[in-house]
Ligand binder design. Sequence first.
Ligand code: ASP
Length: 331
Amino acid sequence: MIDRREFLKNTGLVTLGTIGLTKSVSALIQEETADTAKTNLDEELIPVVISTWKHGIPANEAAWKVLAVNGKALDAVEQGVRVPEADPNVQSVGYGGLPDRDGYVTLDACIMDEKGNCGSVACIQNIKHPISVARLVMEKTPHIMLVGDGALKFALANGFKKENLLTKEAKEKWLKWKKESNYNPKKSNEHDTIGMLAIDKACNISGACTTSGLAWKYHGRVGDSPIIGAGMYIDNEVGGAAATGKGEAVIKIAGSFLIVELMRNGKSPQEACELAIERIIKNQSDYKDFQVGFIALDKKGRYGAYSINNGFQFALYRNKQNQLLDSKSFL
Ligand code: ASP
């Protein structure tokens, strides 16, 4: 059992990126809880978009453009995560992503809307925007998940173009890695999925998750990100959650689904993220050697974030402010 006091000792700081202030996470959460209690559906907490890591900032900007004009959360999350997918400097998502051990860039993505519809692609190659293919799987097929060549065939049949996603920089890193071929996914920091959750003005929630997965993985390896309930999960009655970090650890606990169910049973988004990390720590003895981070949003617009190791950041956009925040962490 993890001692709850241990969690409370970890009083992480939040950096309000745009104005340079710091606040304790618990103070922020308390304020939010009080605000929410006052008005229940506080307009100021909604619309909102939250996403993982620093590349969440430009992604949130794109999502906000949709939310600000009364657009749908589903469109917002798709437009949002397309930004890092297209950015060659983001080496963990889409174009520019680091390849597997054989030099192939293989991408995983999933999307889910407020009705519980979902779509996903796994191990797809040569398509810059797997999130949009995932959306089409959701909207145009009787299925939820397409993988590998089948996913590529479906994308090409629906007008997507085949592109080389391996940039010069990513190829150089791979060639350097190949010299040693020292694969240690536990220690690797060469990964950073974008997971995004948004609530629109109509108070509907949707989510998206997209990644090139762990660098130097086995060819064919699929992580948590395209797996509904692991990398991301949405329930319009409750809220949503998304994961980043070592996918194998997240799949083992069905992380995002677990967080949504904990919120359904009365936990705040912050408590739910902490309990999911606690579950990993309890069951996976090597937890100190890898990173997992969760973000969560409930239907009132309250958020939570928590990770095993420090260094996990997430981006929160609401009230016309897009902030990069430091998550609390167990270690
Ligand atoms: N969760 C992703 C995966 O395991 C990687 C990451 O988020 O960094 O494929």
